[in-house]
Design a protein around this ligand. Structure first.
Ligand SMILES: [Cu+2]
Length: 141
């Protein structure tokens, strides 16, 4: 029992001392109101004045919105991801994008698409009976 208290205290101390947080800018969003909350009310790709892009994704059992996305070749894209229900994975093989979609939080990662082709976006966190069908497509051209 004493060991348990010691270990939990060490974890709590390390979390606060090292300021361990979810991997995002600490952006929060109410998971029940995701579909009314900008920018997640209109998920998709947005071009920024500097020529880079932002991609907003909402995950829910068992799909990603948008289901397909077309990205110009060579673009630098920052993905912003949240979930409207349970925890999902957000993984695009052969890129730097590998994160969790957590209800209540917005996670972000950036990747520059320097190879054209079709990329698969998959959920790699078991989220229920339809988990194996949870994917979306990204076309880079
Ligand atoms: Cu899932």
């Amino acid at each position: 029992m004493a060991m348990l208290v010691v270990f939990l205290s060490l974890i709590a101390f390390a979390a606060f001392a090292d300021n361990i947080n979810p991997p995002s800018g600490m952006q929060q969003v109410d998971p029940r109101k995701v579909s009314q909350t900008p920018p997640f009310d209109k998920p998709g790709l947005r071009r920024l004045p500097d020529g880079s892009y932002e991609a907003y994704y909402v995950s829910r059992v068992f799909s990603f919105t948008p289901a397909t996305l077309t990205i110009p070749l060579g673009s630098k894209v920052t993905f912003y991801v949240t979930s409207a229900d349970v925890v999902h994975g957000f993984f695009i093989p052969n890129t730097d994008i590998n994160m969790m979609a957590v209800p209540g939080w917005v996670n972000e990662q950036t990747h520059t698409f320097s190879k054209s082709g079709e990329y698969l976006l998959i959920c790699h966190e078991y989220c229920g009976l339809g988990h194996q069908n949870m994917f979306a497509k990204i076309e880079v051209r």
